[in-house]
Design a protein around this ligand. Structure first.
Ligand SMILES: *[C@@H]1O[C@H](CO)[C@@H](O)[C@H](O)[C@H]1NC(C)=O
Ligand SMILES: *[C@@H]1O[C@H](CO)[C@@H](O)[C@H](O)[C@H]1NC(C)=O
Ligand SMILES: *[C@@H]1O[C@H](CO)[C@@H](O)[C@H](O)[C@H]1NC(C)=O
Ligand SMILES: *[C@@H]1O[C@H](CO)[C@@H](O)[C@H](O)[C@H]1NC(C)=O
Ligand SMILES: CC(=O)N[C@H]1CO[C@H](CO)[C@@H](O)[C@@H]1O
Length: 318
């Protein structure tokens, strides 16, 4: 007993990577109305200049932009009103967790994500004093097209090795976005599933995204609803998980040339739907979408009827 404990201690001191946790217990479960108590609705202006107006929790609930049942949390973009070109943007919702986590696993079970021209949905994590506390984008894309990007945004001194054992394809390997470095793009990885974003994700019934953060690596996983490889513990929302048994991740961000512990502080989880703005707006024309992004958002409310999240559960494990 004593012997094996001192062996474990010796190993831990000798090699920090051996202390990388693989097995975790659930610390927070958000299902249905617990999103209303566990998250703040942020009625702020969109820092990425989207054609949206983020509303408060009471405004979102009274306009039915959010609703809950015992098994679902829905968060949508307003889809009934034609907007004045000189007035505020289309009403949308941005929620940020009250709690913060450092090393953890987050698993989100999503039935439907916002789709349509002009939409820019995101499920992500962010620390204080951006980019010094780090940003981890788990689901992000625009206009149904630029899909399934997972990326890190950090202060300087965090880069990714060109060759990594992951399923996805690295887009850019310098994570630094300090003072607008590298056009703020961060180090991204494109997914490989044809069902991990937008309409194909939704028509397959959605699926699960998971992000694991340790001091040795950040890893992102995706399973579509009907995948035969979904770990049972992910599918059933088990109270304990062991990420060692999940196979190769879609995206791997190792600490090889990025000290994760110093580039990532405590993180809040954020879910938002922007419209147009810096990324979706700039890529709008090349995405095969009609008119201009802002005109389309102003004049076609019904086009945003499918711009909604339907989330079955979010669990955080530590
Ligand atoms: C919405 O999410 C994206 C994350 O990809 C972020 O860049 C953008 O600033 C967010 N907008 C708001 C208002 O949070
Ligand atoms: C509110 O939205 C939910 C989810 O989309 C829907 O089921 C419900 O019928 C809506 N309620 C009203 C009053 O429109
Ligand atoms: C969920 O799956 C795991 C892994 O197979 C299993 O150990 C656990 O008992 C299951 N839990 C429930 C509630 O079905
Ligand atoms: C997690 O899974 C790995 C690989 O199967 C195994 O070696 C390890 O013992 C497991 N950890 C726990 C706590 O079950
Ligand atoms: C749904 C979708 O478009 N998935 C894409 C994810 O990214 C890879 C790599 O860029 C594409 O091949 C997939 O089509």
């Amino acid at each position: 007993m004593f012997g094996s404990r001192s062996l474990a201690l010796a190993l831990a001191l000798a090699s920090p990577s051996l202390t990388m946790a693989a097995s975790y217990s659930v610390s927070d479960t958000f299902i249905g109305s617990s999103f209303l108590s566990g998250f703040d609705f942020e009625a702020i202006s969109d820092p990425t200049h989207g054609r949206v107006q983020y509303v408060s929790q009471s405004a979102a609930q009274s306009a039915n932009l959010t609703s809950t049942t015992s098994t679902s949390f829905v968060m949508r973009v307003e889809s009934k009103t034609v907007l004045s070109a000189s007035g505020a943007g289309r009403k949308s919702v941005r929620i940020q967790s009250k709690k913060q986590w450092t090393t953890h696993v987050a698993i989100i079970d999503v039935r439907h994500m916002p789709q349509g021209c002009g939409t820019w949905p995101a499920f992500w994590e962010v620390g204080a004093n951006w980019p010094f506390g780090g940003e981890l984008d788990i689901i992000e894309g625009v206009n149904d097209l630029t899909p399934n990007l997972s990326s890190l945004h950090t202060s300087s001194g965090c880069t990714m090795p060109a060759s990594r054992s992951m399923k996805g394809t690295a887009v850019f390997n310098d994570c630094n976005v300090e003072n607008g470095a590298n056009s703020n793009q961060g180090c991204g990885v494109h997914g490989v599933s044809s069902r991990d974003f937008g309409p194909p994700f939704n028509s397959a019934g959605g699926g699960w995204f998971a992000a694991e953060r340790t001091n040795s690596a950040i890893r992102v996983f995706f399973w579509s609803r009907q995948d035969t490889t979904v770990p049972a513990e992910v599918k059933n929302g088990s109270s304990t998980i062991n990420t060692s048994n999940w196979g190769s991740p879609t995206a791997l961000f190792p600490s090889t040339s990025c000290d994760i512990a110093s580039h990532f502080g405590p993180h809040n989880i954020v879910i938002n739907t922007s419209l147009c703005g810096d990324w979706a707006g700039n890529q709008y024309a090349s995405s095969g979408c009609p008119s201009t992004c802002v005109d389309y958002v102003n004049n076609n409310p019904a086009a945003f009827a499918n711009a909604y999240w339907d989330i079955a559960a979010l669990r955080v494990y530590t």
